[in-house]
Design a protein around this ligand. Structure first.
Ligand SMILES: [Zn+2]
Length: 326
């Protein structure tokens, strides 16, 4: 298993700080989109727990490395959400912390890895803050955190934050091409743009049914415009609803860009025909209203629990159909 090329620099920086005994005991790995933070933390844990290696990476051969690989290292505690829950409750969290205090040590270090920091409940965060004030000896805390979610200032201030970023589009395309050359550069670029430049998410789009589904969905958008019935699109949202809302949002955004400058780089560069149709039939001021309604819809789908999807989708669709110049 290799570390993703765009994470190597950050890995080296953190490990050098650890080797120079300057690494803070609570480390937040922050990103705004999934680009492999879990792999970065895994590599860091393995190196820190390895007993054999003198270079920057773990040896992959000692007993400690093998135990980490097989997820059996007794002093590496990975805290995920509880089964069937979306949160990390205080009792569940403290059961791990008790293990840190009460189990014998295999090596010199203990690591607590919180994989979804945004899922910590308020009570858990408060309890965690007290632990960080007087942390257990020789213990490191790694917190994986997606900056899309809010995080208590007090927790941020007790940790050191390392930001990780997606690679450039050029680097992303090189990496995707190494994985397979089935797709054209144009399609690789579209999938990267749709994934906020995360090569991992772009790969997921390309190699799942999503790529075909996206093309099919845009065909239906075209057809619904032709039939002067945008509400008809409601039938095509049941699966991957959030993704489809994002696709349609990106399509309207492309149309706005196209309005001002036809040479601007579009996200959906394979959908120019459709973008031109939308541009012809919508005033620019209306496009701003439309894009805001899709943005609101996306926000609701992301932030409201048990949301009635149909109801949320109806609003932007009705609004658009009413102001669309068919
Ligand atoms: Zn080792």
């Amino acid at each position: 298993m290799k570390l993703y090329p765009w994470l190597k620099k950050k890995y080296k920086k953190i490990i050098l700080q650890y080797l120079n005994k300057k690494l803070h005991h609570a480390i937040i790995i922050r990103s705004n989109i999934y680009i492999g933070s879990n792999k970065l933390i895994f590599f860091l844990c393995k190196k820190i727990l390895c007993t054999n290696s003198k270079n920057l990476f773990s040896c992959n051969e000692c007993q400690h490395c093998k135990l980490v690989e097989s997820n059996n290292y007794p002093d590496l505690h990975i805290i995920n959400t509880e089964n069937h829950k979306k949160t990390i409750g205080i009792d569940y969290f403290l059961s791990f912390i008790n293990q840190v205090y009460n189990t014998s040590k295999l090596g010199k270090k203990t690591i607590v890895w919180i994989s979804k920091t945004h899922c910590l409940t308020e009570a858990t965060v408060n309890s965690f803050l007290k632990i960080l004030e007087e942390p257990p000896l020789n213990t490191l805390f790694f917190l994986e955190y997606n900056s899309f979610f809010k995080l208590k200032k007090t927790l941020r201030s007790r940790c050191i934050i390392y930001d990780i970023h997606p690679p450039s589009q050029k680097q992303g395309i090189i990496w995707l091409k190494k994985k397979s050359n089935t797709f054209s550069t144009k399609n690789l670029l579209i999938s990267l743009k749709l994934s906020e430049n995360s090569p991992l998410l772009a790969k997921k789009i390309l190699y799942s049914s999503l790529w075909i589904e996206r093309k099919f969905f845009f065909k239906k958008v075209k057809k619904s415009i032709k039939k002067k019935n945008l509400l008809n699109l409601l039938n095509y949202f049941p699966n991957h609803t959030k993704k489809k809302v994002f696709w349609i949002y990106s399509l309207v955004l492309d149309t706005i860009k196209f309005y001002y400058d036809k040479d601007l780089k579009l996200i959906n560069s394979d959908q120019k025909k459709l973008i031109k149709i939308i541009q012809k039939k919508n005033k620019i001021k209306d496009l701003y209203i439309i894009i805001n309604s899709w943005k609101k819809c996306f926000f609701c789908l992301n932030n409201i629990a048990k949301v009635n999807k149909k109801f949320i989708l109806l609003e932007p669709l009705i609004l658009w159909e009413n102001i669309f110049h068919f």
